[in-house]
Design a protein around this ligand. Structure first.
Ligand SMILES: Cc1cc2nc3c(=O)[nH]c(=O)nc-3n(C[C@H](O)[C@H](O)[C@H](O)COP(=O)(O)O)c2cc1C
Length: 355
């Protein structure tokens, strides 16, 4: 139904407007008992017992990645669909409008997207309120909520730690864990924060916050770029492996090269300009990075994201060492049936049945 009816209708519109309509529809449908019932019937994934992620019980192996629910108003939808985890954000301490429009583009021939959204989001207060509302309405929900935290565009890298620290501290009572985003190509200089020296200071700060408040640490994942060179990636994996507060990595964010262009018109792509490329072509790099991590002794969690658009791709990512899988572009092109198919496939592999 998605590919036959919904997608053609959405694709008639400008990509960001279609996304906004979809967002409103999801919000509205999740509040209506009858539509929730229909959505569940069509798209709810099969859930499991006794599966774990970062030591926490998790109900399924599919998860929504950063950027899909920037302000935390689609958590109820993800909960109804039986997804295991949702990243909410990227949130920045202060609200920001993001880059000028147009900033989201479809490349249907390559089933890809280019975006330069630039962390448009309602800020920490809005996200906090929305998670709080969800927790109140669904106190028994099993979905894991991981805020994906970033820095405001105008915060210089020298004080970026404060942005991450304030989100960490403010959302602690509502979160199951965090994803630290240092890999979006659309915030100038952000990717420099993948540097081990910054990461070391950041984790020291998280530790200090935990100590000061007497908090038991929560899982922290770092989201990496596909454009990291292999040597830097290995360095980074080693750092995460040895950092007691770090639980793993999410790989990857969007690609700032145009190596993924296969069928799209080069001129069309050139005219679009800057932005991160997402979609099927990212997948090989994601697989390469997961292998690189595991071959170099990385034992912590890996969440695979980038170009996953079939249950076969999801399964292969898991078989080489990922624990959870995510999709953004795949969902735009395939619809939520994709997650149902992936979960059906992954449920047959018992890799999650241990703490
Ligand atoms: C429109 C759009 C917005 C995104 N916003 C974010 C974001 O705010 N934070 C983040 O960590 N990743 C963001 N991403 C990256 C995705 O989470 C994902 O890492 C990337 O798109 C690769 O996966 P895919 O090929 O399944 O789309 C965004 C991607 C798209 C297409």
């Amino acid at each position: 139904m998605y590919k036959l009816i919904i997608r053609p209708l959405f694709f008639l519109r400008d990509a960001e407007k279609a996304h906004d309509v979809m967002e409103r529809m999801i919000g509205w449908m999740s509040r209506s008992a009858i539509f929730t019932y229909i959505l569940k019937l069509l798209y709810q994934v099969e859930t499991v017992e006794n599966a774990y992620f970062c030591g926490l019980p998790i109900q399924s192996m599919v998860s929504l990645p950063g950027g899909f629910d920037k302000n935390g108003n689609k958590i109820a939808f993800a909960h109804h669909m039986g997804y295991g985890m949702i990243e909410v954000g990227t949130v920045t301490p202060l609200p920001q409008v993001g880059n000028d429009k147009p900033r989201l583009f479809r490349l249907p021939k390559d089933e890809s997207l280019i975006n330069r959204m630039g962390f448009n989001n309602g800020g920490l207060s809005m996200l906090e309120n929305n998670i709080k509302k969800f927790r109140k309405s669904y106190p028994k929900s099993k979905i894991l909520i991981f805020p994906n935290i970033g820095k405001n565009k105008h915060t210089p890298n020298e004080s970026a730690i404060n942005d991450y620290a304030s989100a960490y501290e403010r959302l602690f009572y509502l979160s199951d864990g965090y994803v630290v985003n240092v890999s979006s190509p659309n915030t100038p200089g952000l990717r420099k924060l993948q540097d081990n020296e910054f990461q070391k200071k950041l984790f020291e700060r998280f530790h200090e916050i935990n100590q000061r408040n007497g908090w038991k640490p929560k899982p922290i994942l770092i989201k990496i770029s596909p454009n990291l060179r292999n040597e830097s990636a290995i360095d980074f994996f080693n750092f995460i492996e040895n950092e007691p507060l770090a639980s793993g990595i999410v790989g990857t964010n969007t690609d700032n090269t145009r190596e993924g262009v296969v069928f799209s018109d080069n001129k069309v792509v050139e005219d679009i300009g800057n932005g991160g490329w997402s979609g099927p072509s990212l997948y090989d790099r994601v697989i390469e990075l997961i292998k690189l991590a595991r071959d170099n002794g990385f034992t912590k969690e890996i969440v695979a994201v980038g170009g996953i658009n079939s249950s076969k791709r999801a399964l292969d990512a898991v078989l080489i060492g990922a624990r959870l899988v995510q999709a953004y572009t795949g969902l735009v092109y395939e619809g939520p049936g994709l997650f149902k198919r992936i979960q059906k496939q992954l449920i047959k592999v018992d890799y999650l049945w241990e703490k």
